[in-house]
Ligand binder design. Structure first.
Ligand SMILES: [Ca+2]
Length: 157
């Protein structure tokens, strides 16, 4: 490819790579974990819009399914967003309070809620149904879905 990687949209590049089966190139900017590539977007979106953007790029919102994926994602997010920023994950309990589902409607079984004597998450009840990762420590917070923040997509590689 003649185009510089920095100059093209990474989501699009991932799709091109899928066709070409060049998985290594596909995740050059993101973080490869098994067969998925996590990619952070430094644009503020609501949960719903972030979900749409990920799908438009041929992926989905990030779904850390176990401790290994959570740790890889947390480390990546920390390296991308310096300081303490909330970043959307593809997890919500909109359908049924306290029943957390990924974007593909499978149940979340590994959780990384922030547990601290000052603020123990989740604490928003029915007002806060979407889940964000904190960029400094990778902990999860429930928050209201209309909030606009950075977000994470994942792509199959
Ligand atoms: Ca809730």
């Amino acid at each position: 490819m003649d185009v510089s990687i920095d100059a093209v949209d990474l989501g699009w590049l991932v799709q091109v790579c899928l066709v070409r089966a060049r998985a290594k190139l596909c995740c050059q900017k993101g973080r490869k974990m098994g067969y998925k590539c996590f990619l952070a977007y430094r644009v503020y979106e609501t949960y719903t819009d972030a979900s749409k953007k990920c799908q438009e790029r041929g992926g989905r919102m990030a779904m850390p399914r176990d401790r290994k994926e959570q740790e890889a994602l947390a480390e990546y997010v920390k390296s991308v967003f310096h300081g303490n920023w909330p970043v959307w994950l593809g997890i919500n309990d909109e359908r049924s309070e306290d029943l957390y589902l990924f974007e593909d409607t499978t149940r979340v079984t590994y959780f990384q809620w922030r547990k601290h004597f000052l603020s123990s998450q989740p604490d928003g009840g029915k007002r806060e149904n979407c889940v964000a990762m904190s960029s400094d420590d990778g902990d999860w917070w429930d928050t209201y879905c209309e909030r606009r923040m950075y977000y994470l997509c994942e792509f199959d590689v």
